[in-house]
Ligand binder design. Structure first.
Ligand SMILES: *Cc1c(COP(=O)(O)O)cnc(C)c1O
Length: 510
């Protein structure tokens, strides 16, 4: 079986006389080549000894599988090596600067991990008798309290498992509220700069999505919004601060117009890290907002663990929140599981991501209200430091200071032959995870940089030096540095067009 070696560098850097040579092993120094597990394992090998089951009576009623499963098998040491080798290829927030805009890749404090592993939290089961998990319910109640306090909103649903899932929760509550008043509406408005999950959520809930344009200053065009608002509009989904890293400073007028039209204001709260302790969405007229605990409140992200996207609700929507939720009773805490009254139902099998709740509350309590506010201030300060340090060599998309992320576009690369993609790949050679690219869509060749409050000035200065170096190299015509980049990564440039057009989503043995 041939190993797919597209993009895999095979030559070591060279002998002392400058000649290139290939290693006999396919490894490049201690950077070990690693095939797919399907290429490595065989269906004949297994890491465990199973008992002979041939004389067992089958109890599947004839539904038992007749063919081989075809899973590759490996001995235990080979399995350990396979995953250890792969894990060393990972780039994460624990490795270096991770400036992925809109994602708030902040440090995950180890205290949170310690708390989440306490047996009383880590080893409980969602079906454990209520009397045995009172502490867990109390923790959920306290987390709810903090989320409501920080947002100035009277209700919260903890169970959604990501930001996008929170959007679904919010829009379903809006739909339930509209239906309860016998007012079927069919349109959801989203600004052009919206994250793709906003229109996707609205469409998934059966709404027609209409786009509202932005003004030259990167903010929602209030006049265009007013013109689009009528009695067919169910909700307007706005991100604040928005995905251009700018605060929507007409947000109160926006909220008033939305409410005047009888619609609801859904706020995408992914960028809450810029304003925690500084502004409360409830005071800005928001009706529902998700909070990405894995962004703002430091719980791990992506490969690091499951997300969690609680949604806070205004008075107008609070009766429609999904079950389950925790309530305080005379004797302790109880969990409301049955759909009664106006709740639109249930979004998840159980109570949500308990481990994330523990981490988020640990983060909140260890920071305190002053610390949370300072984290936001430092996040905004760091982003402005990056913006101010790069705007003479890269093109900042908008005038003036930013919130917690700095948006650049590709005007500074004009006529260089270098694209945003090339620039991002060259960052990998510099030892950085690329920034968010080509999002938001409102500017050409977007580069969205979010350093978060975690980065020290030393780290940012090194990052800025690399970014300035790359920008100057591009302008000096050093196209080769970019077009084949990354040169020093375990995998060099892949054919992304082919990967998108002809994705191979299943391994097929030849
Ligand atoms: C991250 C993000 C989302 C989606 O959140 P997930 O937790 O990834 O589902 C939505 N909107 C914006 C602006 C985001 O940055």
């Amino acid at each position: 079986m041939a190993m797919n070696s597209q993009g895999r560098p095979t030559a070591a850097t060279g002998g002392s006389d400058g000649t290139q040579f290939e290693s006999f092993s396919g490894h490049v120094g201690l950077r070990l080549a690693e095939p797919l597990i399907f290429e490595l394992g065989t269906t004949e090998t297994t890491g465990v000894d199973f008992e002979d089951t041939s004389d067992l009576e089958l109890s599947c009623g004839g539904l038992e599988r007749k063919s081989e499963i075809g899973c590759p098998g490996l001995a235990e040491p080979d399995t350990v090596r396979h995953y250890t080798r792969l894990s060393r290829r990972n780039y994460g927030i624990d490795m270096g600067v991770f400036p992925l805009g809109s994602c708030t890749m902040k440090h995950n404090p180890r205290l949170n991990e310690k708390m989440a592993r306490l047996p009383g939290f880590g080893d409980i089961h969602p079906l454990a008798p209520k009397g045995t998990v009172q502490g867990a319910y109390q923790l959920m109640d306290e987390l709810s309290h903090w989320l409501m306090t920080l947002t100035g909103m009277p209700a919260v649903a903890l169970s959604p498992k990501a930001g996008a899932h929170g959007e679904l929760c919010g829009v379903m509550a809006i739909r339930a509220a509209l239906e309860a008043r016998g007012d079927a509406r069919e349109v959801v408005l989203c600004p052009e700069s919206a994250h793709g999950t906003n229109p996707a959520t609205a469409a998934f809930c059966g709404y027609k999505v209409k786009s509202i344009p932005a003004k030259d200053n990167g903010r929602v065009d209030l006049e265009a919004l007013k013109a689009a608002l009528d009695d067919t509009v169910a909700a307007v989904m706005i991100t604040n601060p928005n995905t251009c890293g700018l605060f929507e400073n007409e947000v109160r007028e926006i909220a008033d117009e939305i409410h005047k039209a009888g619609a609801f204001f859904y706020c995408d709260g992914a960028n809450f890290n810029a304003i925690v302790g500084k502004a409360r969405p409830g005071d800005l007229g928001v009706d529902a907002m998700h909070i990405n605990l894995h962004k703002t409140f430091s719980t791990p992200h992506g490969g690091g663990g499951p997300g969690s996207g609680p949604v806070v609700f205004s008075d107008a929507l609070k009766d429609f929140v999904p079950v389950p939720y925790v309530v305080k009773t005379d004797g302790g805490f109880d969990i409301v599981e049955d759909q009664t009254g106006k709740s639109f139902g249930r979004l998840t099998a159980f109570q949500g991501q308990m481990g994330m709740y523990v981490r988020a509350l640990s983060y909140m309590l260890s920071h305190g209200s002053d610390g949370l506010k300072q984290a936001s201030e430092d996040a905004v300060l760091n982003a402005n430091y990056v913006l101010a340090s790069l705007k003479d060599v890269m093109s900042a998309s908008y005038e003036g200071p930013c919130m917690h992320e700095a948006l650049f576009d590709d005007r500074f690369l004009k006529d260089t032959g270098v694209t945003t993609l090339d620039f991002a790949k060259a960052m990998i050679d510099e030892g950085y995870h690329p920034m968010t690219m080509y999002f938001p869509l409102v500017v050409h060749g977007a580069m969205l940089i979010e350093p978060t409050e975690s980065e020290s000035k030393t780290n940012m200065d090194q990052f800025i030096r690399s970014m300035r170096g790359l920008a100057e190299a591009a302008k000096a015509g050093e196209v080769e540095r970019f077009e084949g980049a990354p040169y020093h990564a375990p995998w060099s440039r892949l054919d992304e067009t082919q990967a998108a057009r002809q994705p191979i989503l299943r391994f097929a043995a030849e």
